[in-house]
Design a protein around this ligand. Structure first.
Ligand code: GLU
Length: 308
């Protein structure tokens, strides 16, 4: 199957050092496979996306020579497709409405601490809304519609190796459409990856724990499962993941070659060139050297190819 990769930033602010690493890795992997590289603007959460941020990201990418093979796709324009996917899950009985408020969920979790931390929804609305109005839609995270059996998802990451997650216990019934009417990232990403024909998802490791949710949605919607590669995170001085939320500085792109060299070295790639085109070419050679081919069976299972 011809390789199709993508970079899918949420335009909550400009690119920072961490997002450039993910962008570069996905670009390198696509180019190394002679594939296409697409850009998707994940602006489903409109209120968190300041005007102009998406355009700024595109400008930053082109300053770095990371040019997509097609015009970007904007998630804010694709609500109809997400609605169709939700409707299929509703008809099959896998999606159910939820009337719980955040405060109610927090309270229930206090009362039943054995239910695995704050991320797990206790499933109160699985058996109906008891006359209360629906707020959100959730996916039943169990193996069967009777919710008798936990569901374990096994998957392979080209860097991290074999992964497993008990979706029912670790995540629970997750949201597909939020109480404020916005589409959840999990649903939008799965619909769009399939619709864009993405064969390879290359993104930051912070997103790895979302992968089982996305794989479950792919299974239920009858969509193909792409290969996955999660790249090492860039940590800030406080040891936390760099993110727009914790105030990561926008990239200084007065010297895009230098920014790319830093991103490449974070991926464990030796790059010494000073001209932008040469930096990309050297990084591509180095990537070919240890991340090819994308076939899982041929890569080290411990993911030692990329440095931590
Ligand atoms: N939009 C997500 C983010 O910026 C990335 C989604 C993905 O690559 O699957 O964190």
């Amino acid at each position: 199957m011809p390789y199709v990769g993508r970079f899918a930033p949420s335009p909550t602010g400009p690119l920072h050092a961490g997002s450039l690493v993910a962008a570069l890795a996905s670009w390198l992997d696509a180019r190394a496979h002679g594939g296409r590289w697409l850009l998707r603007i994940e602006d489903v959460d409109g209120p968190r996306c300041p005007p102009g941020a998406a355009e700024l990201i595109q400008q930053q990418l082109s300053q770095c020579g990371l040019l997509a093979d097609a015009p970007p796709l904007w998630q804010s324009q694709r609500g109809d497709l997400y609605a169709q996917a939700l409707s299929r899950l509703q008809h099959a009985g896998w999606a159910y409405p939820c009337a719980c408020t955040r405060a109610e969920i927090a309270l229930m979790q206090k009362q039943s601490p054995q239910r695995h931390g704050e991320l797990v929804y206790p499933g109160s609305c699985r058996h109906g809304l008891q006359g209360r109005p629906a707020r959100a839609w959730r996916l039943l995270s169990t193996a069967d519609l009777q919710a008798r059996q936990d569901l374990q998802i096994d998957w392979f990451d080209r860097r991290l190796g074999a992964q497993t997650q008990n979706l029912s216990q670790a995540v629970g019934d997750f949201v597909l459409k939020r109480a404020d009417g916005l589409w959840a990232y999990q649903l939008a990403v799965v619909v769009d990856d399939a619709e864009q024909g993405i064969t390879d998802v290359v993104r930051g490791q912070d997103l790895a724990e979302n992968t089982p949710r996305q794989i479950r949605l792919q299974e239920l919607l009858g969509l193909p499962r792409p290969r996955y590669l999660h790249t090492p995170l860039v940590l800030g001085e406080n040891g936390e993941k760099l993110s727009k939320q914790n105030g990561a500085a926008a990239l200084d792109l007065r010297e895009p070659a230098a920014a790319l060299r830093t991103a490449a070295s974070h991926l464990g790639l030796q790059v010494h060139a000073t001209q932008l085109g040469d930096v990309l070419a050297q990084a591509l050679n180095a990537w070919r050297g240890f991340m090819m081919p994308a076939s899982p069976s041929l890569l080290p299972r411990d993911g030692s190819a990329l440095k931590e």
